[in-house]
Design a protein around this ligand. Structure first.
Ligand code: 4AD
Ligand code: MG
Length: 431
């Protein structure tokens, strides 16, 4: 019998097939037994009627949830099923019977319990579609840059310097020398961009951040790009195209999964039609003050402010040209107003917060050294980075996208911990 996966079932209606998977759930209605079978690509309903197959019926009735099994049968059309068909089961071969009842029940359970059982939780309900959407987002990100002639590259994870300030560094002992887990690959991508022109990567980054919000984790995968000869506006244009491409590709490829999450796909596609508004930071503060927010010039936008901007525009919004004191040392000053930097944050709609942070970079030795000194940072560990301004410096720009936030927004799930296979939070190191 032909072995297929559940996502291929639609194309085999009327045929005999074999599936390899697990028993997700079962229910009976008198003399009919309905088996929910899952295999990672989807779930399908298997049907066994007692009068027709009494032996199979009584064996299947005793199967526990999460039994590993190989099922053979014939597919028939069932328009009401998400897979478009169901399976008339002829044969079940049990590969493994669980030794204990499966702890995740298919009803409301507390987040703490689910997080403690994350290794099993990922098999159930919304988790499989979310992780399949995550895969599609990573792929769409890479595809976007590959198609535009960018070179994929890597940055180290163990570093000797900070990028995003010294307060959120995880430190470690590197053979007697202080070292840190990377907060961002940016500084290294700047070096690589001067070698290769336009580069990107997706890499793990770490923030020893004590923030306990629905948008913060201590370890996450950042998608970053760095481009030689790109100015601030070219940088924002690229980010806009990237966000539109990701949403377009993922909503096409993972429509079924988004449907299982009850995400309004048409609304999402509408939201990412460019251009995205570009608000000067001062203008954003003014708008928010007029709406009654207690924010002053120089303050970061908090969650309520970000949510307001999202509601007002109904699409992602750039906030640009921040006061220099709010941002890290590497951002280039605005020629028109040297108290501001050529940076922008992209705020997603629906309260998902900042999904991209980026800027044009400082490109002279003088400006960089003065920025480092002003922030009390030592020059020595950054000598290699200063070198990039000594030899063949060029205007360049780049950005970093928090992929977990993008995935949470696309999925419409409230907390980013649900879109990461094994999230790391302040109080979470297990499993
Ligand atoms: O704004 P951030 O800190 O920017 C950088 O690290 C730059 N060096 C990137 C660059 O220009 N190459 O981080 C980038 C993005 C944020 O916009 C946000 O989406 C996400 O990373 N992010 C987090 N996501 C989850 N948990 C956290 N604790 C995050 N901190 C930042
Ligand atoms: Mg930021």
């Amino acid at each position: 019998m032909k072995g297929i996966t559940i996502d291929q079932a639609r194309d085999h209606i009327g045929e005999g097939i074999t599936l390899r998977g697990w028993l997700y759930n079962k229910r009976s209605s008198g003399k009919i037994l309905f088996l929910q079978i899952r295999d990672g690509t989807g779930t399908i309903q298997g049907v066994i009627t007692e009068p027709e197959k009494p032996d199979l019926f009584s064996r299947a009735e005793g199967l526990a949830r999460e039994t590993s099994l190989i099922v053979t049968g014939r597919l028939r059309e069932e328009v009401r099923a998400p897979s478009g068909c169901e399976l008339e089961v002829d044969e079940i071969s049990v590969v493994h019977e669980p030794t204990d009842p499966f702890p995740i029940e298919l009803k409301e359970q507390t987040p703490g319990f689910l997080m403690d059982h994350r290794h099993l939780w990922i098999r159930t309900g919304r988790q499989v579609p979310i992780l399949r959407i995550r895969d599609a987002v990573f792929r769409a990100f890479r595809e976007f840059f590959h198609e535009r002639g960018f070179v994929a590259t890597e940055a180290p994870i163990i570093t000797g310097t900070s990028v995003e300030g010294t307060t959120t560094l995880f430190s470690l002992d590197y053979f007697g020398e202080p070292a840190y887990l990377s907060q961002s690959g940016q500084l290294y991508l700047e070096a690589t961009a001067m070698a290769l022109g336009k580069v990107y990567w997706i890499g793990p980054v770490f923030r020893a951040e004590k923030s306990k919000t629905r948008k913060h984790v201590t370890e996450f995968w950042m998608g970053e790009a760095e481009m030689a000869y790109f100015d601030h506006n070219a940088n924002l244009n690229l980010q806009e195209d990237l966000v539109s491409h990701i949403v377009d590709a993922v909503t096409k490829e993972r429509r079924d999964e988004l449907g299982r999450l009850d995400r309004d796909v048409d609304r999402l596609r509408e939201e990412v039609k460019g251009p995205f508004p570009r608000l000067d930071y001062a203008e954003a503060v003014k708008i928010l003050q007029d709406e009654g927010h207690e924010i002053s010039f120089g303050d970061d936008l908090g969650a309520p402010e970000e949510t307001s901007l999202g509601e007002r525009f109904g699409k992602p919004v750039f906030v640009e040209r921040f006061p220099i004191s709010m941002k890290p040392f590497y951002m280039k000053r605005d020629g028109k107003d040297p108290t501001r930097v050529l940076a922008a944050d992209l705020i997603a709609p629906d309260g998902y917060g900042e999904i991209i942070g980026g800027s044009q970079r400082v490109d002279t030795v003088e400006e960089l050294v003065s920025q480092l000194k002003e922030r009390g940072l030592p020059l020595e560990p950054y000598e290699w980075y200063i070198d990039l301004r000594r030899y063949g410096s060029a205007p360049h720009s780049g950005f970093g996208m928090g992929l977990a936030r993008v995935i949470a927004w696309i999925c419409g799930v409230p907390h980013i911990r649900e879109v990461i296979p094994f999230p790391r939070q302040i109080h979470r190191l297990y499993p």
